[in-house]
Design a protein around this ligand. Structure first.
Ligand code: NDP
Length: 333
């Protein structure tokens, strides 16, 4: 009942853009819900690199801004119009303000219902896997439809999205050329399907790509690094290859002259939400992701779990390239 909804909760928010010191773990009001919304009591939230862009101001936001884009937990309250969910249902979802104990989520939005008897481990797995699996899955279908035999360059190949791309690309019979900053990260990427590895801190990416592909270049590159790798990626692509630019871990790509693009390459800026814009797209891809995760056809590598209060520490590690796989926050109950 409404009476049992607490008035305040703990959240991670920012009042201004900046460094780690602008991250606040503090009390904040529990959101009210409208007739079409759920109030979810979060158990785990997934950390994504996008929070860094909001904190630094690369992407704009209204302040105060509660960070977080995905979580899992239990339906705690629901609006009068909501028919498809019951109080007590276990769910995982994509929605803003997820670094919080309670989040309001549209019942017609990007929510997956999980079995009611789902364990905490299952909730953790979904908080870890939902957004990044959807990213990798939509990209290998739509940003560049990966085909058997192709050579595909994957940056940050031991990261959250990277390890899932490694698996989906190799499952299609394509050759993954993994790029990562350390030997240990390349080893991990190879366990998840990468066939070749390039250690970016000591090897030249373009030279090695040319060696592997017998001078041709790769059919497509999934580039999440942005600024630092733009030119390298262009040079690594084969004639008519596809440049999928989908992140800015090193900063925003500088502007460039369209006429500077060689060899009829295609370039696009891919965003996962653009592939999940309609209910049909959401249903299609979310069902596929649930299947991939449940059947372990996609393995979600959880690098580390932090308490919600220690988000600043977690993102420090993420931003200093110390992490592999996915970072998850455990929310105090
Ligand atoms: P990761 O786990 O991949 O962590 C980031 C990794 O990027 C690091 O571990 C590091 O790997 C690599 N990296 C390269 N250069 C830098 C740098 N200058 N600073 C920090 N890291 C660097 O994070 P996520 O899986 O959460 O996200 C990966 C990327 O995908 C991000 O850019 C994110 O914004 C993007 N993304 C985009 C989406 C979209 O819809 N467009 C959706 C989801 C994610 P290494 O040490 O091996 O180089």
């Amino acid at each position: 009942t409404a009476a049992s909804i607490p008035k305040t909760q703990k959240v991670i928010l920012i009042n201004e853009t900046g460094g780690y010191d602008v991250l606040k773990y503090q009390d904040y009001s529990v959101p009210s819900i409208n007739a079409n919304e759920l109030l979810v009591k979060n158990k785990y939230s997934g950390i994504n690199f996008i929070e860094v862009y909001f904190r630094k101001g690369l992407y704009p936001s209204e302040k105060p801004y509660i960070l977080g884009r995905e979580a899992s937990g239990t339906v705690f309250a629901k609006g009068d119009n909501v028919k498809d969910f019951e109080i007590g249902d276990k769910v995982a979802y994509l929605s803003g303000s997820a670094f919080a104990q309670y989040t309001s989520v549209s019942a017609e939005g990007k929510v997956v219902k999980l079995p009611r008897d789902s364990s905490d481990e299952t909730l953790k797995l979904y908080a870890a896997g939902l957004l990044q699996s959807l990213t990798a899955l939509t990209f290998v279908n739509e940003a560049h439809n990966v085909k058997k035999g192709e050579y595909i360059l994957v940056y940050a190949a031991a990261g959250g999205v990277g390890l899932i791309l490694d698996q989906l690309v190799s499952a299609r019979g394509a050759h993954v050329i993994a790029v990562a900053s350390t030997d240990a990260k390349i080893e991990l990427a190879k366990k998840y399907g990468a066939e070749y590895g390039i250690v970016s801190t000591k090897e030249d990416i373009v030279t090695k790509v040319r060696d592997i592909t017998k001078g041709q270049g790769v059919d497509a590159a999934f580039d999440s690094v942005g600024k630092d790798t733009f030119k390298t990626t262009v040079d690594a692509l084969r004639s008519k290859g596809t440049f999928v630019s989908y992140g800015n871990s090193s900063g925003l790509v500088d502007s460039f002259a369209l006429t500077s693009l060689p060899r009829n390459i295609k370039i696009l800026r891919a965003g996962v939400f653009g592939y999940l814009a309609t209910q049909e797209e959401w249903q299609h891809y979310s069902k596929e992701v649930v299947h991939l995760i449940d059947s372990k056809k996609v393995k979600i590598n959880i690098g580390k779990v932090f308490p919600l209060s220690e988000y600043a520490e977690a993102t420090k590690e993420l931003e200093s390239r110390k992490t592999t796989g996915k970072l998850v926050l455990e929310v105090p109950q």
